[in-house]
Design a protein around this ligand. Structure first.
Ligand code: GDD
Ligand code: MN
Length: 364
């Protein structure tokens, strides 16, 4: 396997040579084809020139330079270069300031060997650690970043969503196309992770101890924090969008149902025949709207008529759930208002309707 460690740098002249040699030393114990790609954004301190001098000494060191747009933008460029130009089978993210220990690289790669697609060097699993001397502010920043990522963006299962020490299979990155991630700064970390999870990547967290940098200064700025928080809400919105569309379709279905019911009776149909027919008409129009709008972006296996039958079956399950709820409520509260019971019945029915259709009918 060809692995490329991407090191983004901005003014890391005091770290980069030491890090490259520490990594080269680790590589001797790894069975894979190990490479280093430095992504330097024209650092004024001349980091790139120092890297060029190192490149003359070894064949597995590469460099790309560019305009400074942020950590995320640098990683996106680096990943594309590593995969498309260098032919990497997997890439790694790592800070160039020794916050991530070179000695931990083999453990992250071992997790890839064991079958993981997305390995996180995690500070928040047992055995992992953040520096003891971190200020209250830095601690809160990191903690809240993860709270946002886990509970706003919805990645509950991952402990360290913002980590910058990771090993990722190229196949996963190719599925995502990093260019579509509209993030420039540190928010990139959670956007990439989120997309990887959506693409069913096997995520593994390996404990690491994070070391405070001793040379140079951090590049994390206020704009990164703002972008990070907005991005977490954006991810949340994107996630709820499907459910929202499903709700709109459901409401439109009620209109279709009542309209066709009225029309059918106008044309002289008996109401006991018009009622189920109107229900079926609205099930079909709901199906078409969900198929061509709500879930239109999904890659689905089933043929459309199979999906139609499944959707119909789910609609009957929802009907049964809503009716059962109605019966239970009527028994528990015989003097209650029937309309309220009917309305409450819609809630579990809608949820079940949504989940069954999302995970079965319109399964990716
Ligand atoms: N090319 C490039 N362009 N490199 C950058 C840029 C940029 O705009 N901004 C930062 N870097 C480089 C730095 O030179 C360093 O090698 C690495 O990216 C990480 O930057 P730091 O400034 O050291 O980040 P940090 O220590 O505050 O943040 C670490 O923890 C975060 C989570 O708590 C990193 O590991 C982040 O990736 C992580 O999200
Ligand atoms: Mn750092």
């Amino acid at each position: 396997m060809k692995i490329v460690i991407i090191l983004p740098t901005y003014n890391e002249r005091d770290n980069i040579v030491l890090l490259i040699s520490a990594l080269q030393q680790q590589f001797t114990g790894i069975k894979h084809d190990m490479n280093i790609l430095v992504v330097d954004d024209n650092s004024p301190d001349g980091t790139a020139d120092i890297v060029r001098a190192e490149m003359a000494k070894a064949k597995n060191i590469f460099l790309i330079t560019g305009k400074k747009e942020g950590l995320g933008a640098a990683y996106i460029r680096g990943m594309k270069h590593a995969i498309n130009e260098l032919g990497a089978d997997a890439v790694m993210e790592m800070d160039a300031d020794f916050s991530h220990k070179p000695e931990d690289v083999p453990r992250l790669i071992a997790a890839l060997d064991e079958g993981a697609d997305f390995v996180i060097g995690s500070r928040y699993v047992p055995g992992g650690k953040i520096p003891d001397n971190w200020s209250f502010l830095r601690r809160m920043n990191s903690k809240w970043g993860n709270v946002f990522a886990r509970y706003v963006a919805g990645m509950y299962k991952v402990r360290d969503c913002t980590a910058g020490f990771r090993a990722i299979r190229s196949a996963i990155i190719n599925k995502i196309d990093p260019d579509t991630l509209k993030v420039k700064g540190y928010a990139f970390q959670i956007s990439l992770l989120h997309e990887a999870i959506l693409n069913h990547a096997k995520v593994t967290e390996v404990p690491v101890v994070f070391i405070d940098r001793t040379r140079g200064v951090t590049k994390l700025g206020l704009s990164d924090i703002i972008e990070f928080m907005l991005n977490a809400w954006w991810i949340r919105l994107e996630r709820s969008k499907t459910f929202l569309k499903f709700g709109i379709v459901g409401a439109a279905g009620v209109v279709v149902n009542l309209l066709s019911f009225t029309l059918l009776m106008k044309f002289g149909m008996n109401k006991f025949l018009a009622s189920p027919l109107a229900i079926e008409i609205s099930i079909i129009t709901n199906f078409l709207m969900n198929n061509y709008w709500t879930f239109s972006e999904r890659d689905m296996n089933d043929r459309i008529h199979i999906r139609g039958l499944k959707f119909n079956a789910v609609s009957f399950v929802a009907l049964a759930v809503s009716y059962t709820t109605f019966l239970i409520l009527s028994a528990v509260d015989p003097n209650g208002i029937p309309q309220v019971h009917q309305l409450i019945g819609i809630i579990p029915a809608t949820l079940i309707n949504y989940f069954l259709n999302s995970y079965w009918t319109f399964k990716e």
